[in-house]
Design a protein around this ligand. Structure first.
Ligand SMILES: Nc1ncnc2c1ncn2[C@@H]1O[C@H](COP(=O)(O)OP(=O)(O)OP(=O)(O)O)[C@@H](O)[C@H]1O
Length: 392
């Protein structure tokens, strides 16, 4: 069923509107305090808006405004909420937990148990039907909770960080289950994890300070973010800039040839992966050792590299001299921050280049590795000049 939502709640600085077509899954992302739980609670009926209207198919969930105050009871909304913790009734078996919803809708006991058995089977825990929650692992309990949410046959399924409380070894299997369950189902998933957004949702809504700051198909938001937060989620550098006769000129000085359709003066964004930003040393003409798989491995590729005054660089690549702000270990790469951008290098390259905070380096990006696209004017909460590097 189609879902539409608009609501304000001034005491939480919340003012959000969006729509969701039947069968779509929307991921809601945003920093702490952005309003994600407020949104879910308004939809579920645990909170009332000061003003607004939400409809699910032909049904009205709430309609509050001048002279109007329709607030449909939570259990009559056709909405199920799957929380971070499974929150099963401890004194009931898994089967009874799942049968609880159908039973409370008036379904006869035998039929409710048959329905529950079907759902437990569907989520892969049929053999645990007679266990009480105290004897279920976290992953098993969450599967039972998924079955319970679905047994209520909701028109809209709400998921609040459904994988956050699970062990990393268990989360992938439950994620796969959710992916299966959410296909064709109208759902809203609150998550901190861009991977969940990518794997579970076809649309993304990014909230910040109770407002929508990014919205669109998941692929667009994660490849062409328009806010610093969106860029961090997507693991991309976002450089704000403008259209010039030559192409793109970033506010950090990065110039990239570009033949886009816009007039000079347009606000543009440039997105590039940290792994696609290469680093050379300016003064000494030092280049990375080019070990395969490390950032900058293409820099000394004979096919597309030439030697300039500052050392080898590929033809057509854009270069920006900058001082290193910070150097940070991230697993098997070292992230170098400079000029509002991040570059991921192999540790050996960082050592051979002698990169430390304060070192002058040249950042090199190839035009084929960047996406350049129109950007709305920065909002009050967005990044300042120079764009936003991906998260630390
Ligand atoms: N019970 C409450 N009473 C009053 N204000 C609240 C309450 N809960 C949250 N808020 C405020 O509402 C705003 C939105 O909070 P909300 O919990 O919806 O954010 P969130 O995006 O879910 O954050 P998190 O990721 O930390 O769960 C915040 O300013 C928060 O301080």
């Amino acid at each position: 069923m189609d879902f539409s939502f608009e609501a304000t709640l001034p005491e939480r600085h919340f003012d959000v509107a969006f729509a969701l077509a039947h069968g779509q899954t929307l991921a809601v992302l945003g920093p702490n305090g952005a309003g994600k739980s407020t949104l879910l609670n308004l939809v579920a009926g645990l909170l009332a808006p000061s003003a607004g209207r939400a409809t699910l198919g032909d049904g009205v969930l709430f309609d509050v405004g001048a002279g109007r105050r329709v607030l449909t009871e939570p259990r009559r909304r056709g909405v199920s909420l799957l929380a971070q913790e499974a929150l099963l009734f401890p004194h009931l078996t898994a089967l009874e937990n799942v049968a609880f919803g159908p039973r409370s809708r008036g379904m006869p006991r035998a039929q409710a148990h048959a329905t529950a058995t079907t759902w437990l089977d569907r989520v892969g825990v049929a053999e645990l039907a007679q266990r009480r929650p105290g004897r279920l692992s976290g992953g098993q309990a969450q599967r039972v909770a998924v079955a319970r949410a679905l047994a209520a046959e909701p028109s809209l399924l709400l998921l609040d960080e459904p994988l956050a409380a699970l062990d990393v070894t268990v989360a992938p299997a439950v994620r796969a289950l959710l992916r299966d369950v959410l296909a064709e189902r109208t759902a809203i998933v609150v998550t901190h994890d861009p991977l969940d957004a990518f794997l579970l949702a076809d649309h993304v809504l990014v909230l910040d300070g109770g407002r929508v700051v990014e919205a669109g198909p998941t692929g667009d938001v994660l490849t062409r973010p328009v806010t610093g937060f969106g860029a961090r989620l997507a693991g991309l550098n976002l450089v704000r800039g403008r259209r010039t006769p030559a192409g793109f000129e970033g506010s950090n000085g990065l110039v990239v040839p570009w033949e886009g359709p816009h007039l000079p003066g347009d606000e543009l964004g440039l997105a590039v992966r940290p792994a696609a930003v290469a680093v050379t040393r300016a003064a000494a003409g030092i280049t990375p050792n080019g070990s395969r798989g490390s950032a900058g491995s293409w820099l000394d590729d004979d096919d597309d590299a030439v030697s300039g005054a500052d050392g080898p660089h590929p033809i057509g690549a854009s270069r920006l001299t900058a001082r290193v702000d910070d150097v940070e270990h991230r697993g098997d790469v070292v992230r170098v921050h400079a000029a509002g951008m991040a570059a991921d290098l192999a540790p050996a390259d960082v050592v051979s280049l002698g990169i430390l905070p304060g070192t002058e380096v040249v950042l090199v990006v190839r035009p084929e590795d960047v996406a350049i696209y129109p950007l709305p004017a920065p909002g009050p909460r967005d990044t300042g000049p120079g764009g936003a590097a991906v998260g630390r």
